[in-house]
Design a protein around this ligand. Sequence first.
Ligand code: MGD
Ligand code: MGD
Ligand code: SF4
Ligand code: MO
Length: 728
Amino acid sequence: MQPVKDRQGTAQGASASPFVMETQCPFCSVQCKMRLTEFAPNALLAAGGNAPVLDYDEPVQYAVEAKPNKASEGRLCVKGMNAYQHAVSDDRIVYPMARRGDTFERISWEEANAMMAERLQAIAAQHGRDAIGLYGGGSLTNESAYLLGKFARVALRTRYIDYNGRFCMSAAASAGNKTFGIDRGLTNPLSDIPLAKCIILTGTNIAECQPTLTPYFTKAKENGAYIIVIDPRETGTSKMADLHLRVKPGMDAALANGMLRALIEEGLVDEKFVRARTKGYDALRAHIEAQSVEAIAELAGVPAESIRKAAIAFGKAETGMVFTARGVEQQTDGFMAVRNFLNLTLLTGKIGKPGCGYGAVTGQGNGQGGREHGQKADQLPGYRLIENEAHRAYIAGVWNIDPSELPGKGVSAYEMMEKVHDREIRALIVMGSNPVVSNPNANLVEEAMERLEFLVVADMFMSETARSADLILPVTSYLENKGTLTNLEGRVLLREGSRPAPGEARHDWRILCDLAERLGRGQYFAYSDAEEIFEELRIASKGGVADYYGITYERLRREEGVYWPCPSLDHVGDGRLFESTFAHSDGLAELVPVENHFPDERTDEAYPIYLTTGRVLSHYLTGVQTRRSHTLASRDFESFVELHPNAAKRFGVADGQLVTLTSRRGEIVVRCRVTRSIREDTVFVPMHWGDVQNVNKVTNQALDPTCRMPGFKVCAVHVRPLVVEHYA
Ligand SMILES: Nc1nc2c(c(=O)[nH]1)N[C@H]1C(S)=C(S)[C@@H](COP(=O)(O)OP(=O)(O)OC[C@H]3O[C@@H](n4cnc5c(=O)[nH]c(N)nc54)[C@H](O)[C@@H]3O)O[C@H]1N2
Ligand SMILES: Nc1nc2c(c(=O)[nH]1)N[C@H]1C(S)=C(S)[C@@H](COP(=O)(O)OP(=O)(O)OC[C@H]3O[C@@H](n4cnc5c(=O)[nH]c(N)nc54)[C@H](O)[C@@H]3O)O[C@H]1N2
Ligand code: SF4
Ligand SMILES: [Mo]
């Protein structure tokens, strides 16, 4: 038998022993731990016949085992089970490539770095430093995200940096900061969920988006919890519900006002808690008393008696938790809509106690850590603010530069795309995102990419965005790249990266260090390992809101993960926040009156039905990774539109048929799924496909005025049968 080589020619070589990797899932915010074993056939023989029978035409086989861990308690979902498939796929980009006309040509790293330095310096010299933008992502490790922020401010000295988390966590994050004085996704450990007697899940589809958390909710139900789901559609999550409020898309703020009104009518406000721990109650109460549950029922498309039932169940329950996710947050009033659910949590005193709390269910693997250490336009590490003089001075000290060298704040992700479109930003480096598919109004974004003088995309795959690049840089995957990620609970986890990089792929942080060297700023980026970056991050975050100072790799290995804030090495990390005080300087939480806001775009004759967007179980975000996994791709290999039978009749379309879905901005082609599980006035399309199925060609670019979140969850569309042109 010949020794068998891994397809990428690196990991197995001619080695005879199975290669075991301790890792964690690259997808959602639960960050389930797992073990992946890579077997070459001869290694299996060496394993003494205990291994499964192999097909010798298939050179390498893989086995995935879930590992016990505090978040998923040793569970993995179907995405985690199959996450290795994209990482070992033949589609990986394994060397740098430069555009030559309509194709790409292999080049060396030396050439790639020289090209970047030359092009970036030329563009900065001609148009100023702010002509260069950086666009990051919530899949990057804390170390890479931190370094990307530092690279923007210290190596390029541009103000324009933002990241895909703007589309994900910005509404909930800004609401948490304003109401509580801190943004940490969950205010409680997951183990509090089974202690809650009433749970509100609004705009969150945990069963399909964080599937391994579902048992926490079923345990709560076994303990007698009453579960309320607010969603225009029936989902895996609404199946758990005792009460499902099928809200009209975009009307959550109003619905929460209705619940607050019912609470006040029923005398269910925890006055003692409200007086002792919050401020702003009198204004909120006056605002709520001017509303009627019946009027709100009309606005929100939910029966008044259901609104009362939900409010009473939550108000009377001894303990309770509220969870929000993108259904509430990806709205042009996302910031205020979340604040209204925080009003509800606070008026009932359900926070800071076992079984009581709020959770913004974080999305991406490092959605939490990714928003804490400086890849956001207005932010410096440790959740510091770039416009705050004291914060600037502290970080400049850590970075060994003068505070005056730090640029000011930039703009949000979509606004950066507009600046590219306007040719104000002329060069862009994208690291860990596929903006052509994930931004609203994607046609403009695609056009913007073409207008760039220089586009660099660092990715594992030829994403829809990479296709427009001038230079593509191959990066390592989760199996190869060591670093820390912070899960949805605020628990920092260390992901080991033991698989050798395929071909010439490099770690994101390494790419930034090499480029900084070329740009003459190498002395600020002299790291030889991810841990060295983390050591600096610890100091940079010290004293900030997201304080990681007490966390070390050694602790993470020993303790399996540590919660922030963790200000000293002997600090255990706080699982439950706000037991005695909130994070504002006066210790109080801030209540606020919230208007009954309408979505930015309303239906009319030309675009008579609402479109909302979201996810399915087997795919992840823009699908660049999951579409490359044969097991996951085969579960859903194309996009679809869910629509109610009455809507199908109205538009003259049938189940299984291809239809054109059109908005004021663009059109897509998707297959019809006729189902009673959705409201009659709403259709749903998932976000996991590109090109003609890229739902963001249709979505609205209007942004929330505070957090700059786009209203991905509501726009007005038309549906028509696809007309196929026949040629003689
Ligand atoms: N399978 C899978 N899991 C994922 C991801 C994935 O792509 N695939 N992505 C990860 C990421 S980054 C994120 S951000 C999370 C997202 O997790 P979620 O926010 O839970 O997912 P979505 O499907 O975007 O939206 C949740 C629900 O909001 C509903 N909704 C739509 N409009 C409204 C509305 O106006 N009001 C209310 N109350 N609900 C509404 C939708 O019908 C949907 O069921 O998932 C993470 N996990
Ligand atoms: N219509 C609509 N649009 C949405 C949403 C919605 O609900 N509806 N949700 C929004 C949300 S919540 C999110 S989070 C965004 C996500 O939007 P994107 O950021 O575009 O999503 P991904 O598909 O994760 O893109 C990540 C890219 O980075 C690559 N990648 C993965 N890991 C790494 C790494 O470690 N390093 C590098 N360099 N590259 C890596 C992947 O191969 C992929 O090409 O989409 C948003 N867009
Ligand atoms: S996708 Fe999320 S729930 Fe599923 S295995 Fe990965 S981290 Fe766990
Ligand atoms: Mo997200």
